[in-house]
Design a protein around this ligand. Structure first.
Ligand code: SF4
Length: 190
């Protein structure tokens, strides 16, 4: 398969899952926001991180987020560690409609792949994303499992988790290792 055909397949996968068959009266941009906040880790649940992820302006991102807050799909929560910072979180109403999101068909398509293929595929897509992000001057985003900042803290018996983020200096739960992060730096193989 040639390079252009691979790029077209990747683009087509995203396109068919991005807007077709959406039942709720939300725009594709509003769906993109909900999907992002369902994936993002606690360091990345901000309007500016979403704007970077979706390659849109902060103003446009803020307007879309505001409309979702007004409709009861997103709410604001103060960070436990830094009371000055605010995170956006999905409400139960949002989680309910995301269960019927056409994007879930992509998730199921990934689920039927054998684990070894899934890992290879994830690495391949992460590399492609890194190239495109670098060329376009965008943050690459990614998950802790392949991030340079992921640290193991096996020797720290007080921590409830054996992992920590070297960038934020905070412990990480196992569940958080698979959440998408704005501060990601490609480095460790997953
Ligand atoms: S280890 Fe990397 S991906 Fe994980 S929270 Fe830290 S900066 Fe983000």
């Amino acid at each position: 398969m040639n390079n252009r055909a691979i790029a077209e397949l990747v683009f087509h996968l995203g396109r068919i899952a991005s807007g077709e068959g959406l039942e709720e009266k939300l725009t594709p941009a509003q769906w993109a926001v909900l999907r992002y906040f369902a994936l993002a880790n606690r360091f990345s649940r901000t309007p500016s991180a979403f704007a970077a992820f979706h390659s849109t302006t902060r103003g446009t991102a803020s307007q879309t987020i505001k409309s979702l807050e007004t409709q009861g799909y997103l709410s604001r929560m103060r960070s436990e560690n830094d009371k000055r910072s605010v995170q956006l979180v999905l409400t139960e109403k949002a989680s309910g409609i995301l269960a019927n999101d056409p994007f879930e068909s992509l998730v199921r398509a990934a689920e039927v792949l054998p684990q070894s293929i899934r890992n290879q595929f994830a690495n391949t897509l992460q590399r492609m994303l890194g190239h495109v992000a670098q060329e376009r001057g965008k943050p690459p985003f990614g998950t802790c499992t392949s991030c340079q900042h992921l640290e193991s803290c096996d020797d720290n018996k007080d921590e409830q988790t054996p992992y920590a983020c070297g960038f934020t200096r905070e412990p990480l739960t196992v569940e958080e290792l698979n959440e998408v992060c704005f501060n990601f730096v490609s480095g460790k193989p997953s």
